[in-house]
Design a protein around this ligand. Structure first.
Ligand SMILES: [Fe+2]
Ligand SMILES: [Fe+2]
Length: 344
């Protein structure tokens, strides 16, 4: 029995059923790609652009980027949970023992939902009407310190990346997804310690972290980091996570203000990115399928459309974090104000 159970768990891990190997990992492992549930078109145009150098990265479309038949506003139809595939038919996951098999999720047209890393109810249409030019004018010492800190952080970034915006965006998204997770985690622990609800702010901040991570998952469909860039990410993450953790514990209003200004810089960077796409300096390649589904974009969307919606996301993050900092400046706690849950 134990052996059977061990085999089941092992197979689950290896074959992508558990959380150990997520959808995005699968697509980076050719040996597992054959077992993936989503379709693969080996001669997709995306593959044809695989060797285009851009900065120190290579632009490419991953195997999972094969366009899905209906990407617009995926409606959910959950099949009967009991109608899981028969043993042996489903080569991806073994779920019979624990009874936690996911219901079959399909789009409106009946095609199977291809992603494990996000669900149709996590997708949204970006609000592009958001004001991109908003800026919080530094008013006091904390504001000025946050503003100067971010401007200082931009100097090495500008020197290192210059106008290689694909590379720059991907590397910065590995950092951008940290603050929401740190803030959400600390609010979660505070909620437990103080026996208080959070006013929805835990969810709002974790949503931001997840949204930033989806930016990264989108960028890795297009850009392949080199080994030393992966090393840089490791180093920066180690430093930034710990530094931001300490700042958030000491002064949440400073932490949120820093993130607010970081997001202002992100809006600026993506605007420059779009300029390079429009000028032809960066090829306007087809949008990755993950982006088409996540932002409910038309099937024929391009990189320009993707960067446009990501920039809108950054503007929303800017507003959320400046708002959070303002709440603290008024001597209140975040839970005293309604959290912007689902604010995209
Ligand atoms: Fe981002
Ligand atoms: Fe952001």
């Amino acid at each position: 029995m134990n052996r059977l159970l061990a085999n089941s768990v092992l197979r689950r891990c290896v074959m992508n059923g558990g959380r150990i190997m997520t959808g995005e990992h699968v697509v980076q492992s050719p040996e597992f790609a054959a077992a993936a549930v989503f379709s693969f078109r080996p001669f997709d145009r995306s593959v044809m652009v695989a060797d285009q150098d851009f900065g120190s990265f290579q632009w490419r479309r991953m195997m999972c980027s094969a366009a899905e038949p209906a990407a617009k506003a995926p409606a959910v139809k959950q099949a009967d949970a009991g109608a899981a595939k028969k043993e042996g038919e489903d080569q991806v996951a073994v779920s019979s023992y624990w009874g936690i098999s996911r219901s079959k999720i399909t789009r409106e047209d009946g095609s199977e939902w291809p992603w494990n890393c996000f669900m149709p109810w996590d997708t949204y249409e970006s609000n592009l009407s958001i004001d991109l030019s908003k800026h919080h004018v530094p008013k006091n010492f904390v504001d000025k310190f946050a503003f100067r800190t971010v401007k200082l952080m931009r100097i090495p970034t500008d020197i290192f990346f210059k106008r290689r915006y694909g590379c720059r965006a991907m590397m910065l998204e590995t950092v951008a997804a940290v603050p929401g997770m740190v803030g959400g985690m600390l609010l979660h622990l505070r909620s437990l310690r103080k026996f208080q609800q959070s006013g929805g702010w835990i969810k709002a901040l974790l949503e931001e972290a997840e949204n930033e991570r989806m930016h990264l998952m989108t960028m890795v469909e297009l850009v392949k980091p080199k080994w030393y860039e992966r090393l840089l990410v490791l180093t920066v993450q180690g430093v930034f996570f710990n530094a931001f953790f300490v700042i958030y514990v000491l002064s949440p209003k400073l932490a949120h203000r820093i993130v607010g200004y970081l997001e202002e810089e992100a809006v600026h960077s993506y605007t420059e990115f779009l300029k390079d796409i429009e000028s032809g300096a960066i090829e306007n390649v087809p949008a990755p399928a993950i982006a088409i589904d996540y932002w409910r974009l038309p099937k024929d969307s391009t990189l320009k459309d993707v960067i446009t919606v990501i920039r809108a996301d950054e503007a929303h993050h800017r507003d959320v974090n400046h708002f959070a900092s303002d709440i603290h400046f008024q001597g209140k706690e975040l839970r005293d104000a309604p959290a912007p849950v689902g604010y995209h």
